[in-house]
Structure formats: C-alpha cells, structure tokens
Design a protein around this ligand. Sequence first.
Ligand SMILES: C[S@@+](CC[C@H](N)C(=O)[O-])C[C@H]1O[C@@H](n2cnc3c(N)ncnc32)[C@H](O)[C@@H]1O
Length: 104
Amino acid sequence: MGLYTRFLLPKIVDVTCRTKPYMRQRAKVVPSALGCVLEVGFGSGLNLPFYDKTKVRHVWALDPSGELWALAEERVRGAGFPVEFLKASAEEIPLPTGARTPSW
Ligand SMILES: C[S@@+](CC[C@H](N)C(=O)[O-])C[C@H]1O[C@@H](n2cnc3c(N)ncnc32)[C@H](O)[C@@H]1O
C-alpha cells in the first residue's frame, strides 16, 4: 500500500465527510437505525454520534481500511454501545447469513 493510500487518503476522507451537507444528512437519517446495525463503509465513524443510544444495541463497522478505523477511535469510545470493527469489503461480509445479534 502506498503512502498516499495509507496516510493521506484516510485524512482526506475524514475531512471531506465532516462537511456540513453530509453532517446534516446524517442527522436526518442515522437516528432511525435500531437494534444491531451493519454499517457498510464505516469510514472514520462519523455516523456514531447520531445513533440513538436508546435504540441501538451494537454496530458492526465494516470497512477495508484499518487507517480509517484508527481515526474513529475516539468516536468509538464515546459511542455508548459496542462497535465491532470488521476489516473487510462489502463483497465478502464476514457475518453468517441472517446474523441479527453479535457473537458475544
Ligand atoms: C466516502 S467514505 C464514507 C465513510 C462513512 N460512511 C461516512 O459517511 O463518513 C467511503 C467508505 O467506504 C469504504 N469502502 C470502499 N470500498 C469498500 C468496499 N468494497 N466495502 C466496504 N467499504 C468500502 C472506504 O474505505 C470509506 O471508508
């Protein structure tokens, strides 16, 4: 993996996805989630503060980028529910068919 992909791209994704139009859409959509959520393309965890803690039990954070997961660290700690990183692509989701509850 090149330096650009490893160090620069994750920060560019994080900064771009934090712009106001995106944050406004998150505020509209994310609070509707409930139960155990599979978030495909989790990125740096920018959706986490918008989940309703009283409705969400667990988030599977699926993303091939460990670098973006590292940027999510603080948001994951403050989430108020378990967030489990699945380092994978959407093409091969490492969960059993019909999974509705976490493995713990
Ligand atoms: C534009 S970012 C959006 C991140 C996040 N959903 C957000 O709203 O802040 C797209 C994300 O999709 C991830 N991604 C790219 N290809 C993917 C794939 N094949 N499967 C799952 N995630 C992928 C990237 O690593 C990146 O985190």
